[in-house]
Design a protein around this ligand. Sequence first.
Ligand code: NDP
Length: 263
Amino acid sequence: MNIFSIFGDPVSHSRSPLMHNCVFKTLSIDACYSRTHLTDSSRLRDTFFQKALSGANVTVPHKEAAYAQCDEVRGIAKTIKAVNTLVLEKGKLIGYNTDADGFMSAIGSFGEIHTALIIGAGGTARALSIALSHGGITPTILNRSRGRLEYFECEGFECFDWEEFSVRPYDLIINTTSAGLSDNELPLPRPILMELLSQTKGAIDVIYGKETPFLREVKVSALPYKDGSDMLLEQGVLANHLFFHGAYPIDQIRSAMKHSFTL
Ligand code: NDP
């Protein structure tokens, strides 16, 4: 039997075990997927091998540590410098980032997008800015403080903090902050948000499973919108496909995993 797990701190809220186990059951794959609560990032690689895992996912706050502990990192994860999917290949730990590609699949339904404003400058913003840029979409980053903007400046992206920002039209507004996750806050001052929403084609919040104050304002503006569920689904589909080295058709994985969202 192949064993998989998700590493995180906290990890009890993660929907990944349900999503992946649903695929194993539907496609009759002899495998199981569990949670691993890991507090010490430096123990990630050792724990992976001690548990004899075939693959894993990595969530907050271990994605950068996972990147550093791989034998090889492939694809867009090399630029993002963060890994959310680990696969064992010939005894070696291979790292990928499926958050980025998962997000790009999720925004396909918004139609033609040329420019996007990313609110927030954390790990998710890094992944999405690189993914957008590789996809031919120009990202601009807006964060409440300057501290985390250096990475984006080095990548050559336009960056602003709240003080220096003046509103322009963007095709898509993306909330990558954790504002609204466990509080009732907007990710930026309301007047700026309202002006942005009056000039955009759509908006997406990467938070899933709840209606954030950001999404409530988007709904009132009658714009096309999404929460983070499609991104969550797509990153999981891509990870599952990698776990078995492409042995199972991606459409079958997607439809089985989608079913887990109805349970
Ligand atoms: P980080 O902690 O790395 O970054 C958080 C960012 O949010 C920072 O830029 C911070 O600004 C900003 N921020 C936090 N609180 C506020 C606030 N009240 N007002 C304005 N800005 C704020 O987080 P991650 O990038 O790792 O994750 C962000 C979110 O993305 C989480 O909610 C997570 O659940 C979600 N996520 C969803 C995924 C999916 O599949 N749908 C996948 C991955 C993540 P500052 O620098 O000023 O502190």
